[in-house]
Ligand binder design. Structure first.
Ligand SMILES: Cc1cc2nc3c(=O)[nH]c(=O)nc-3n(C[C@H](O)[C@H](O)[C@H](O)COP(=O)(O)OP(=O)(O)OC[C@H]3O[C@@H](n4cnc5c(N)ncnc54)[C@H](O)[C@@H]3O)c2cc1C
Length: 564
């Protein structure tokens, strides 16, 4: 095929997590790599994320003397995923590759000058299972001065943290009224902000720092990156993907890719038609995924015979939506809202129905499952004045005055008694009274006999380390009482095309679509139908980008040997 408008060695569709990782690997081998991003901003949902990568047995664990091994991580994945016959993204071969290549990918990034570290304590989400890690297996980027990007600095998709603080620091800051450590931290962060202003720096954190650092490295290495360059079609010749059709200056433009194409174009969180088909009862209005997450590349790969799997899965993220939330916004998390002391989640009958301390994916699955028998979307977070004084609510600081609009528009309900609150949220007062009384009984005995909340290190980490004797359980007893609605939002979908242990896209019969690789939430996740720990989406998008690039390089070497 010769009628190309231009030609590269390798094309990456989308500028998400794995994109720049794959590009850097191939660029280091001298390949010409082009990244095509359809929106005006680089970085995808990855850039607006926490930027946490779940990397078992990572070099920072070794640095800090935290025990882990391939075997321990493999035991853990087996214990949380099981066989997962109906999750072809999570085959044993792929789990093996993930666990082997993830720490190597981190070493590769470090070698490329990307500054990374670990969060010192973030338990796996099922830390009590065999092989679970209590300190956790997270890797994050160090703060990044976005001004180092020069003219590209305005093209990095903004993140969710507005203060120059590492994620670990940001999680501590809301305790400033109660902790000297948090006050000290606040002073340090404020000092950092002032020094930055005086020295012309602008620190960004979390996923923004990760993608900022990746963008910087990619640009320095000579990777070509185009924004506002949506890919419409894969160009296939003789059964193999040979290039893409994109839109360039409003015109179709055919670009060849001699070594193949990597699709890292996100999932379908903002495609309501696909949601209705695969995830009925969920809404794109509850999603915090970046606006470009519209699923067309998954459908384009399907058009060329790609098998899809795990399409019902999403990285659920319980969300509460105060008046004025916009569909493109990052939505306020409701995770700590009901996992903190003095709070519970109830369905529309007033019953508690889950351990509020579990992983966000499990939590949202629990809501959708419950909704099949008892109305539970939305459910209600029920809490008391102690909660209001000590903890954040929908992005507002502990103890702060809540916007009047929240009350006026019926978002935040307040009442002098549990029964009165029940009437306000349309729940049977006797039922809600009984639920709260039962929960308070568990608090008194320091044991949640219904759902074991607080028994995992992760549940307690989500709670309040100052609250004794339990970081997770606290009575709902001091008026006024409050309620806000909680919906099963998400930070992205988690199913897509089926790929093998080299990140090659497969047909339903298991054959490979030559020249086509995929990573990230465009694919059926290696984590199957489960979320083992923080970073189980950003970790895989990077790792499979790295794996795809290795396969491309090896195949190219093979071709050269055969030709030479
Ligand atoms: C607030 C928040 C916090 C989160 N924190 C974490 C965390 O700490 N750890 C974690 O693991 N997960 C986290 N997540 C989830 C995680 O960020 C995403 O699941 C993950 O980043 C998806 O990465 P990706 O590489 O698959 O896609 P993305 O990073 O979304 O990249 C896909 C890119 O492809 C582009 N694209 C789409 N279609 C086309 C097309 N046709 N042509 C060209 N370009 C196209 C999109 O515009 C987008 O830029 C968080 C999410 C949010 C919103």
């Amino acid at each position: 095929m010769s009628d190309w408008d231009e030609s590269y060695d390798f094309i990456v569709v989308g500028s998400g997590g794995g994109s720049m990782c794959a590009a850097l690997y191939l660029r280091a081998l001298g390949k010409r790599v082009l990244i095509l991003e359809k929106t005006a901003l680089v970085g995808g949902t990855t850039a607006r994320s926490g930027g946490v990568m779940w990397i078992p047995n990572n070099p920072f664990m070794r640095r800090d003397g935290v025990a882990d091994s391939y075997e321990q991580a493999s035991t853990y994945l087996d214990s949380v995923l099981g066989e997962q016959q109906d999750a072809p993204g999570a085959t044993r071969a792929r789990r093996h590759t993930y666990l082997t290549e993830a720490p190597r990918m981190v070493d590769f990034l470090l070698g490329q000058g990307i500054k990374l570290t670990r969060v010192s304590f973030w338990p796996d989400y099922y830390d009590d299972r065999p092989g679970g890690s209590v300190p956790g297996r997270t890797v994050v980027a160090e703060l990044f001065n976005v001004n180092e990007l020069g003219s590209w600095k305005t093209k990095l998709r903004p993140g969710f943290l507005t203060v120059p603080a590492m994620l670990e620091e940001a999680l501590e800051l809301p305790k400033f009224r109660r902790s000297w450590k948090a006050r000290g931290l606040m002073l340090r962060v404020a000092g950092r902000a002032v020094t930055a202003k005086l020295t012309g720096k602008r620190w960004v954190s979390a996923g923004n720092a990760l993608q900022g650092r990746m963008l910087q490295a990619a640009l320095r290495a000579g990777v070509e990156i185009r924004t506002e360059a949506p890919v419409r079609e894969l160009i296939v010749d003789n059964g193999a993907v040979k290039g893409v059709l994109m839109i360039k200056e409003d015109k179709p433009w055919r670009t060849g890719a001699q070594l193949g194409v990597l699709v890292n174009a996100g999932g379908f969180a903002h495609n309501q038609r696909m949601r209705d088909q695969y995830q009925p009862g969920t809404s794109s209005a509850w999603s915090s995924a970046a606006p470009g997450d519209t699923g067309e590349m998954i459908e384009e790969m399907m058009r060329h015979g790609a098998a899809v799997a795990q399409m019902e899965e999403m990285v659920g993220a319980q969300t509460t939506l105060p008046p004025g939330s916009d569909v493109e916004d990052i939505k306020p998390s409701a995770q700590k809202l009901t996992a903190s002391p003095h709070a519970i989640l109830v369905d529309q009958s007033g019953a508690r129905y889950m351990n509020e301390g579990g992983s966000y994916m499990a939590y949202c699955k629990g809501m959708l499952e419950r909704n099949k028998t008892v109305p539970a979307v939305p459910s209600w977070a029920v809490f008391d004045s102690q909660f209001m004084r000590k903890y954040m609510l929908a992005g507002t600081m502990p103890g702060s005055k809540k916007p009047q609009r929240w009350y006026d528009e019926g978002y935040l309900r307040q009442a002098g008694s549990i029964e009165e609150l029940a009437c306000q949220i349309g729940v049977d007062p006797a039922e809600l009274h009984a639920t709260v009384a039962r929960f308070n009984g568990f608090v008194a005995r320091n044991r949640d006999e219904d759902f074991q909340r607080g028994e995992r290190a992760y549940d307690r980490w989500l709670g309040d380390s100052f609250h004794k004797p339990s970081a997770s359980l606290g009575a709902i007893e001091r008026a006024p009482f409050f309620a806000v609605p909680v919906v099963p939002g998400d930070v992205g979908t988690y199913g897509g095309v089926v790929t093998d242990e080299h990140a090659r896209v497969l047909r339903a019969d298991g054959s490979v679509i030559a020249g086509l690789y995929a990573t990230g939430v465009s694919t059926a996740s290696v984590m199957g139908r489960c979320y083992p720990g923080a970073g189980s989406s950003v970790g895989p998008t990077f790792v499979w980008g790295y794996v795809a690039a290795q396969h491309v390089a090896a195949a190219d070497r093979g071709n050269q040997d055969n030709n030479g």
